[in-house]
Ligand binder design. Structure first.
Ligand code: ZN
Ligand code: ZN
Length: 129
């Protein structure tokens, strides 16, 4: 594997085993201070993980913004992450719907990007069936 595009790692992520994750966290923290929308991040500052690895946590259900949230039912959406397919699905445990709104689309997009970025850690892994 070649050199990482940016191997700069903040001290608070220095002990993470996954250098690519640590580097991406560092990069997104810095960009978030400038212009990056926190909901466009593919890493999680709070959990220090790839987004899809902790999106099921209560911290990622945000009633104010509508992220991972069913407004009609006023409850968090369930997250189904399929790392092999590179996809994620959010649905409400009560009404069964996936909200058709900007927040849900944004979170879905960020999770797909997070799965793809994390999968690059294993360039030799054979994903072919
Ligand atoms: Zn998180
Ligand atoms: Zn619902």
């Amino acid at each position: 594997m070649g050199l990482l595009p940016s191997a700069r790692v903040d001290a608070r992520y220095a002990e993470l085993a996954d250098l690519r994750l640590a580097s991406t966290l560092t990069d997104e923290d810095a960009r978030e201070e400038a212009e990056l929308d926190p909901f466009d991040r593919i890493t999680c500052r709070t959990h220090r993980r790839w987004l899809h690895q902790c999106v099921s946590s209560p911290h990622h259900a945000v009633p104010v913004s509508g992220h991972r949230w069913c407004r009609p039912c006023a409850r968090p959406l369930d997250a189904a992450v399929d790392e092999l397919a590179g996809d994620v699905r959010f649905s409400c445990p009560r009404c069964g719907q996936t909200p058709d709104n900007r927040a849900t689309r944004q979170l879905t997009r960020a999770c797909r990007a997070s799965i793809a970025a994390a999968a690059d850690r294993w360039p030799d892994r054979d994903l072919c069936a």
